[in-house]
Design a protein around this ligand. Structure first.
Ligand code: IPE
Ligand code: IPE
Ligand code: MG
Length: 250
């Protein structure tokens, strides 16, 4: 590969990067191995991505680790993913502390096995005062389920007269999503060549830049994140305005 002529503009770093970590199964199959082997080899990619994002000053990194639809996979694979979650969180905790990583989660966490819930809770609690980067794991996460959940909670407040219907606005909806404490997504990356959203952060990605790469997740490294950020920085985010307005800072 020829060396990139460009360097990253540190003044235009996406504040929130969300990643659909896809392709573990195909990566393993290519090596003649079982799908779970791919999941086991995803950790290096996660580490390298989180480290480099943190180094660049990315404030929030959100990783899609398990979707509501992934519960439909064979039990063997689901069990392996859940136990990998527990071992990974335990193993990484000292590194999270050393690197000041604040761990967060989004999704129907109460659907996870008790052991995973407990470990997750502990890691979130222990890392809560870390400030360098917020690393959010989307677990048993589905954007539609998240919106249904928000509507239920908002409706309860209306019924209990804690909230007037007229007061419901985008901010109120935002505050009832799992991501209430996260900013909108600036850059969404999906690996493995699939070009779809797969029920990830539908509300939060309304104005995100989307980046797709053929690299399979276990092979994703610093250079791939570099390429994604360069691509992002070469785009003009107009938010409905004209190019001229953006140029003149209106
Ligand atoms: C992503 O890799 C990890 C999870 C969804 C848990 P996949 O397991 O979807 O891998 P492919 O898409 O089958 O290659
Ligand atoms: C999306 O990947 C979910 C995660 C990466 C956790 P999938 O591999 O499950 O998505 P689809 O089903 O191919 O769209
Ligand atoms: Mg997949």
């Amino acid at each position: 590969m020829s060396s990139k002529p460009q360097s990253i503009n540190l003044k235009k770093i996406p504040n929130h990067i969300a990643i659909i970590m896809d392709g573990n199964g195909r990566w393993a199959k290519q090596k003649g191995m079982q799908r779970v082997f791919g999941h086991k080899n995803a950790l290096t990619a996660i580490r390298e991505t989180a480290d480099y994002a943190s180094e660049l000053g990315v404030g929030y990194l959100t990783l899609y680790a398990f979707s509501t639809e992934n519960w439909n996979r064979p039990k063997f694979e689901v069990d392996a993913l859940m136990s990998l979650l527990v071992t990974t969180l335990k193993k990484e905790l000292p590194e999270f502390m050393r690197k000041s990583v604040k761990v967060n989660s989004i999704g129907a966490i109460d659907q996870l096995p008790k052991k995973a819930q407990k470990t997750l809770k502990e890691v979130i609690e222990k890392t809560k005062n870390n400030t360098k980067i917020t690393l959010t794991f989307a677990l048993s996460y589905g954007a539609r389920e998240e919106i249904v959940n928000a509507i239920k909670n908002i409706s309860k407040k209306v019924v209990n007269k804690e909230l007037e219907i007229e007061k419901i606005d985008e901010k109120i909806i935002n505050n009832h999503l799992y991501t209430f404490n996260l900013p909108d997504v600036d850059l969404m990356i999906r690996t493995s060549g699939e070009q779809r959203i797969s029920n990830f952060l539908l509300w939060q990605m309304a104005y995100a830049e989307l980046y797709f790469t053929d690299v399979l997740w276990p092979d994703f490294r610093k250079e791939h994140l570099f390429n994604a950020i360069i691509d992002y920085q070469n785009r003009e985010r107009r938010f409905g305005k004209t190019s001229e307005q953006i140029d003149s800072n209106e």
